[in-house]
Ligand binder design. Sequence first.
Ligand code: SF4
Length: 698
Amino acid sequence: MASSMVCGFCSVGCSLDVNTKDGVAVSLTPTREYPVNLGMACPKGWEALTPLRAPDRATTPLLRTAKDQPLEAVDWPTALDAMVSRFKAVQATYGPEAVAFISTGQIASEEMALLGAVAKFGMGMVHGDGNTRQCMATAVVAYKESFGFDAPPYTYADLEESDVVVLWGANPCIAHPILWERILRNPHHPEIVVIDPRVTETAAAATQHYPLLPKSDLTLLYGLAHLLIAWGAVDKDFVNRSTEGFEGFAVHVEAFTPERVSAATGLPVDALELLADTIASGKRVSFWWTMGVNQSHEGVRVAQAIIDLALLTGNIGRPGTGANSITGQCNAMGSRLWSNTTNLLGGRAFTDPDARAEVAGILRIEDSRIPDRASWAYDQIVDGIREGTIKALWIVATNTAHSWIAKRDVAELFAKLDVLVVQDMYPTTETAQLADIVLPAAGWGEKEGTFVNSERRYGRIRRVVRAPGQALADFSIFKLVADAWGCGEMFEEWSSPEATFAILQRLSAGRPCDITGIDGYDHLDAAGGVQWPAVGVGELGRERRLFEDGRFLHPDGKARFVWEEPRAVAEPTSEDFPFVLLTGRGSSSQWHTQTRTSKSAILRTLYPEKPYVEISPADASALGVIPDEWVRVCSVRGEMEARAFVTPTVAPGQVFVPMHYAGTNLLTKASFDPSSRQPSYKSAAVAVRRLAERRRYS
Ligand code: SF4
């Protein structure tokens, strides 16, 4: 017997058929009929069941009775009582805002909505954020300001309908492999244009690659707009009918002459002209971006400059077009609507009294239960711990002690907390090891709910395996916490994931993300997932592209051109630290901090076990570094040992270290986009130094 469900790793949202025998999941195969993956899966998807069987699964709650004591196994009532009594003690002493939570894009929409509601409406917290801040907050802000709502406009079919596919700071060959397969299925033999400082796997396979200098994206985009406007390659009808602000934008980009842009980006003028001409000549041009844009000191403006290009050329709302952010985690898109962190449920604003009243009415709670302020972002919560205003933290399904930017003092900061609760599948993560209380959570495949993929498609996850020991679905844990806190009655109607999905539908009614037309979980199964908006859905499985009528989501129906002068990076290179550090995904077999992918012997054979640093042959030669020699990569904040991978895929003056290794974020610098507060992981100044005694990797 097979059960179909959406994969629990990345935001592509492939469907997998999990085969069970005698009630036990034994194998899986990608779903052939699902409109996303069409029978394909990447290595992570094929190995999705393996992390569930890992020997280090959390099987019982753990409690540290004092800071200097080890974690010890306890039962659920003891763990919940300790969590609630310690959180309440903190709130009694320091106020309700002194307890915060960090959520995740890895749990179901119903679970993240329940967590956000219990924490803020039931337990009185004000501050909560998610690890999604690290991957796509930039796209959220960009879309909201440009379109009027956080609304990625595309459907994956656009990848197959473009005649020009522009991949900006994106490496789908390994980061979103099934989307790369979709590009390869495009029957129009598109120009595949990659904008990236490195010769990534995708750049190597593209028809055009533009290796711009790191973080010169905004200048390049304005330079392209300058040329397109100068050549008259503007869709005037569309711009007049559907946008605001073009005149000001045109004045702004006048200063971005090809010569200025060439000097800033390192790209020759004729290359700029070829790129602009490729965009101008395309009939259906789609622009796709990921972390190379989002994780930047000015990522919001870069994303909006991509949107500006799509608007001025009229490449939006038609098949094969769009300004399209591909997000990262399996349910980052669900988090954008339902985590109740930055946004009030359903993409509303906490600061809007009408929105608070509406949500309170739907949930049948008092308005005063809903905070009237936006939550602090992740970095502000970390700063709050540093400054002593956050005294207790509840972390769900993320590994802050590994993944946070410039993480060197995270362990020290967490030691300052009166209480740290970590809810995770594994008690062995760097973060869980620092916890005072560990709550054992079920994983993907062990619980019910929905994920929303990058193209806004709701798809189901299911329980096909029993969670080990006393581990529980996150949904059940949140219900238990609410009961232990004494606010369980508020969430009686949230009795199951499917009942909660019905609440989310009511909360979505009349909004751009309306899903009132979905007829329960069975409808999602029958339709092959359903994209939002889904109002009165009759046509099962229909692709839903936004803005086909040229109307956007600002009150006047028009999209906005947005621009700003480019800014310098926070940490330029120097004599002591002469290289720009680039970070990113290492391979299609690795996922983030490798909490799960490291559990698979098959996946482990597909990526290098030890950290490595990509360095150009010219720089290696100048330093006397030979291939496979161990070197130290150092920033002013810390250092790591890494194997020298001497390769022409990085330009002189740049090095690349994959994000998956524990040492990488000892090097990164804590700088943030000022609008989205997303960390800028891809620009820090480092040095590469030889060890006192030469050692080679063997
Ligand atoms: Fe899972 Fe993403 Fe791989 Fe698809 S591409 S199988 S969703 S990890």
